[in-house]
Structures are given as structure tokens and as C-alpha cells.
Design a protein around this ligand. Sequence first.
Ligand SMILES: Nc1nc2c(c(=O)[nH]1)N[C@H]1C(S)=C(S)[C@@H](COP(=O)(O)O)O[C@H]1N2
Ligand SMILES: [Mo]
Length: 233
Amino acid sequence: MKPLPPGQFASKQFPRFGWATFADRFPRTPQHLRLKVKGDVLDTIVLDETAFAGLPRVMQVSDFHCVTTWTVQNLKWSGYRFRDVYRELLAPLVKADTTIKIGVFRGQDGYRNFMDLEDLLAGDVLLADQLNGEPLDIAHGAPMRLVAPAHYGYKNVKHLHQLELWTSAARYKSQGPKLAQHPRARVALEERSISLPNWVFKLMFKPLIRPNAWLFARSLRQYEQRQQDETND
Ligand SMILES: Nc1nc2c(c(=O)[nH]1)N[C@H]1C(S)=C(S)[C@@H](COP(=O)(O)O)O[C@H]1N2
Ligand SMILES: [Mo]
């Protein structure tokens, strides 16, 4: 088993998690895989099952690290390498003599984050649609999510519906608590936050793990109950 990165502890559970404001937000069409890719220097394209089916499906076992210090080990993801998606399907659409610097990922729940293209092209970055042999569920990102194991959980956007390719990161406005944002968020380097020292960050966020996981779990139960009620009506 891989050693844990600095400041992380092993969690047996894989909680549904995120910033509390997203606990009650859910994807509109979790069964429907449709990723729109656009940007100032490329033609818009919509990637659906058929587009992805032309690429090699890969399986990857990796650990998942939330910035609040929990890590789940040995998650078995399946999906497509971002690198393959980019090289095969997207790079040919980018105008000549322009350079893509970042990818901005948007989830169906309104969540967003970005990553440097260079980091996205690493071999272990996936657009995953399966976890442990099953299609992704609502908790973990249906219909498709970003999996970037070398970067903190907050970069691993769930419920993907749009990807924007930008030529500069300068205009990107971060979302949510500015405290918990780092442009690269590399786990090995403990890039948790740009504004807080790591020890302060950990002191502040560790006590919130359990109540936050509980909040996310309760919201999911309520959502499932509403879905159930609708089908019964
Ligand atoms: N769409 C979306 N993606 C998201 C989040 C979210 O709230 N919405 N939370 C992020 C955070 S902070 C973490 S730690 C992981 C949690 O992934 P999980 O819910 O599968 O454990 O998702 C990340 N991606
Ligand atoms: Mo997180």
C-alpha cells in the first residue's frame, strides 16, 4: 500500500463531501453523459457516450485525498485518460498558434474548479464514469467526474457537464472559501491553501470532517426520499 501523503490520515469510509453550500445541490441529469467543451480559441464540441467509446477505457486504482486531511485508499476507478480525451478529441479543435493553459471544469450542481493543462495531461488523470465496477452514483459524481489523485479532492470536480479551455488563468475567479484554494493543490507538496499556513488550516478543518460528512449524507438521504416520493406519486 502507498504511504500516506504528509498530514493525511486513512479513512475507511468514502464520504460524500465538499463545501457545505453544496450539500443540498444535486445533478439535474445524473444518468445522462454529456460534456460540453468550449473556449475562446476552439470550436465547441459535445462529448457523449459515442465520442468517449472511441477511446481506450482504463482502470486505475488510486488514493483520494481531501484537503481536510482524510484519505481513502485503493479506489478502483474506470473511465478515460484526460490525456487521451485531450489529444484525440480536443487538441485538433484548438486554433493554430494558441496555447491552452488551464481547464475549467463545471459540475451540474454549480461547483467549479480549474487545473493547469500541464497537470491535467499527467497519466493518472481520468474522466471517470465508474467506481469499484459500478456506474458512478450520486454521492461520488454521476455521470462523470475528474479524478486527479495527485491533487486535493477539491480539484476533482463531480457531475461534470462543462469543460472550458482557457489561454490564461488570470481571469479565473475562485469559488467558495478563498481560504481553501490553491491554484495547483498538489498533495505531495501539501499545497492546501495560499492564504493559511498548513498547521492553521488543519486545526480549523479537521474538526469539521465528521459534521460535514454527516450533513452531506443527510442531504443525500433527503434527496433520495424526494425522488422516491416523486415516483410514487
Ligand atoms: N460537483 C462537485 N464536485 C466536487 C465537490 C462538490 O461539492 N461538487 N466537492 C469537492 C471536494 S471538496 C471533495 S473532497 C470531493 C469529494 O468527493 P466525494 O464526494 O466523492 O467524496 O469532491 C470535490 N468535487
Ligand atoms: Mo475536500
